[in-house]
Design a protein. Structure first.
Length: 180
């Protein structure tokens, strides 16, 4: 980092699939485009990093594969020197004054892993249908027809039947009005 002069510097690299080794890397089988814009001002560097690739998911609803464009940005602040900054922020990196490079590998892997959705369901918001297979999202909640069925109360166990008299009046008749 010593060789960088004050000002803005642009860097870019295309990483081949498998270059980074991390859990769930099968989601990113395509090349990863990494661009970094570094602004140096004395002992401080501001790195703006962009990641672009294609993410390959499996829909949790229909189990069909789907590829989606992936674009993510993050920023790091780098301090060079022996003085330490009083910061608990994860985006602040401290390097010795004689450091000759900043390895972004761990930060890139962190962003690739943390942006994977916990539940992958691709639905059209208006129709609630899976964008891959077209299945209705309401099937799980309402039944095969997609229409809400009337809930039937299960038969009451005779041992608990006496408790029915303890229910509030609006629960007994279903009208929602109290009787005086």
């Amino acid at each position: 980092m010593q060789h960088l002069k004050d000002g803005v510097h642009d860097f870019s690299e295309v990483l081949a699939p498998g270059t980074l080794s991390f859990q769930r890397q099968e989601i990113y089988p395509d090349p990863l485009e990494v661009t970094a814009r570094v602004h140096r001002d004395g002992d401080s560097l501001r790195c703006k990093v962009s990641l672009k690739t294609t993410a390959h998911y499996t829909c949790d609803r229909c189990l069909d594969p789907l590829a989606r464009p992936y674009a993510e940005r993050f920023e790091l602040l780098v301090h060079l020197g022996e003085e330490t900054w009083d910061s608990t922020d994860d985006e602040v990196v401290e390097l010795p004054a004689d450091a000759d490079q900043l390895d972004l590998t761990d930060y890139i892997i962190e962003h690739l892993i943390l942006t994977v959705p916990m539940k992958v369901v691709f639905t059209d918001r208006e129709s609630d249908r899976c964008t891959i297979c077209g299945r209705d999202g309401a099937v799980r909640v309402f039944g095969e027809s997609g229409e809400k069925s009337e809930a039937k109360e299960p038969p009451v166990d005779p041992r608990w039947a006496g408790l029915q008299s303890l229910r509030r009046p609006e629960e007994n008749n279903g009208s929602g009005t109290e009787e005086s």
